[in-house]
Write a protein that binds this ligand. Structure first.
Ligand SMILES: O=C[C@H](O)[C@H](O)[C@H](O)COP(=O)(O)O
Length: 231
C-alpha cells in the first residue's frame, strides 16, 4: 500500500541531497519507489559527468530506471556489501530509528541491500514523518504459507489484508514470486519487538519494519529544503 501524500518537490530534494553523498568508486544500493527514483536519476546525471560507480538494484523498477539513466549495474546475488544504499520509506519514526517500507512490495530485496550497506540513507518527504509508527506493515509471504501467516499476524494483534493491485485481477505477486499481507497493528509501540515476532513466523519471507538500519534520513519539504535526521 503506497503512501502518496507527499509533494514531488519534496521527494526530489531529498533524493538529490542523498545522491550528492555518493563518491567516486562507490558501490551503491539503488532503492525502489518514487523518492529513490529521484536519487537514481541524479546518479545517472553524475555518471554522465564522469562519476564511476556500480549500482545494485532492489527491484525490477530500480533496475530498469538505472539502465535507462546509465548507471552500471551488478547483480544483487553477487554482492555482499555496498558502500552506501539510498532508499525511500512509507513512514519514518521521528527518532529515525524505525521505518515502514514495502509500499511497492520491494522490501525483501531492499532489506538485503540496506543490511549490506556501510551507510544506509533514507529519503522521504516530510509527510512520511510520524511520532509513532501506525502505517500498515507489509509482510511478504510464501504463497503456501498464507493461511498460517495470517493466523500468526492476528495472534500478534494485527489485521492482515492480502494486497491487491488496481490494474491486476488477483493478488499482487512480488518480484520474488510471493504474496503480500498489509498488516494493520494500530500504533506500533515497540517496533523492534514486532520485527522480531514477525521474522520468527515460518513462511514470512520478509516484513517491512526496518529497525536500527538507517544511518541518516533526508527529509525534503514542499519548498525544496532538506533536513537530515540521524538516529
Ligand atoms: O516497496 C517499496 C519501497 O519500500 C519504497 O521505498 C517505499 O514504498 C516508498 O516509496 P515512495 O518513495 O514512492 O513513497
Amino acid at each position: 500500500m503506497k503512501n502518496t501524500a507527499g509533494s514531488e518537490t519534496a521527494k526530489r530534494a531529498a533524493g538529490e541531497a542523498a545522491a550528492a553523498e555518493v563518491a567516486d568508486g562507490d558501490r551503491v544500493g539503488l532503492g525502489t519507489g518514487s523518492t529513490a527514483a529521484h536519487a537514481i536519476r541524479t546518479l545517472g546525471e553524475r555518471v554522465a559527468d564522469g562519476l564511476a560507480i556500480e549500482g545494485v538494484a532492489t527491484s525490477y523498477q530500480s533496475r530498469a530506471l538505472a539502465k535507462e539513466v546509465g548507471v552500471p549495474l551488478l547483480p544483487l546475488s553477487d554482492v555482499a556489501r555496498v558502500d552506501v544504499a539510498i532508499d525511500g520509506a512509507d513512514q519514518v519514526a521521528t527518532d529515525a530509528n524505525a521505518l515502514v517500507k514495502g509500499g511497492g512490495a520491494a522490501h525483501a530485496r531492499e532489506k538485503v541491500v540496506a543490511s549490506a550497506a556501510d551507510r544506509f540513507l533514507v529519503v522521504a518527504d516530510d509527510s512520511k514523518l510520524s511520532a509513532s509508527l501506525d502505517y500498515p506493515v507489509p509482510v511478504e509471504v510464501l504463497p503456501d504459507a498464507l493461511a498460517r501467516v495470517e493466523r500468526a499476524v492476528v495472534d500478534a494483534g494485527g489485521e492482515p489484508t492480502l494486497r491487491d493491485a488496481e490494474r491486476k485481477d488477483g493478488p499482487v505477486v512480488t518480484d520474488n514470486g510471493n504474496l503480500v499481507l498489509d498488516c494493520e497493528f494500530g500504533g506500533v509501540d515497540d517496533p523492534a519487538a514486532l520485527a522480531r515476532d514477525l521474522s520468527g513466523v515460518a513462511g514470512v519471507v520478509e516484513h517491512g519494519l526496518f529497525v536500527g538500519l538507517a544511518d541518516a534520513v533526508y527529509v525534503g519539504d514542499a519548498d525544496g529544503d532538506v533536513t537530515t535526521r540521524t538516529p
